[in-house]
Design a protein around this ligand. Structure first.
Ligand code: TYD
Length: 143
């Protein structure tokens, strides 16, 4: 796993090895290898309506890797102090996001398929969905 960019926020842009040949391309994602956690869940977002922002939450415990397997989108990250934007625009580029980082996904291309790998099963109770609450928790060292 090549870490392209170590960000100021607890996140990393990952560059996956493409195993291409004359037949086409292939990328393999494996837990504790190029995915820096135990793999428990995969979900994907597609047919996203233009101009929509998804996400708008932080996860208390889930760590995730986001990959646009098709098309492109942008990710806004926020640790309560700093923010940054990441372009996901090729299938061999991943974005690792630690737990307790606020994220918003936007600028989805029509053909975007955003795949998310997670170290936790889905649990709605681990979501912080109110940005004011998130900022308060950061300020009070509760995360
Ligand atoms: P939601 O959290 O609103 O998606 P996003 O963060 O991209 O805006 O999830 C949409 C719906 O899907 C909601 O009813 C919860 C459900 N869901 C699951 O059942 N399992 C999952 O792993 C995820 C991510 C969502």
């Amino acid at each position: 796993m090549l870490v392209l960019e170590k960000t100021k926020i607890d996140a990393q842009v990952l560059d996956f090895t493409i195993m291409g040949d004359e037949r086409g391309q292939l990328i393999a994602l494996e837990e504790d290898m190029n995915i820096p956690f135990e793999l428990k869940r995969v979900f994907y977002i597609y047919n996203t309506v233009g101009d929509i922002r998804r996400g708008n939450h932080a996860n208390r415990f889930s760590r995730q890797v986001l990959v646009c397997t098709s098309g492109s989108c942008k990710i806004h990250l926020d640790n309560g102090v700093e923010t940054m934007e990441v372009d996901l625009d090729r299938p061999n580029k991943g974005l690792y996001i630690a737990n307790n980082v606020w994220r918003e996904m936007y600028d989805f291309s029509e053909d975007c398929v955003l795949m998310v790998l997670s170290n936790k099963l889905y649990d709605p109770d681990e979501y912080i969905r109110d940005h004011k609450v998130f900022n308060e928790m950061v300020k009070n060292n509760l995360l």
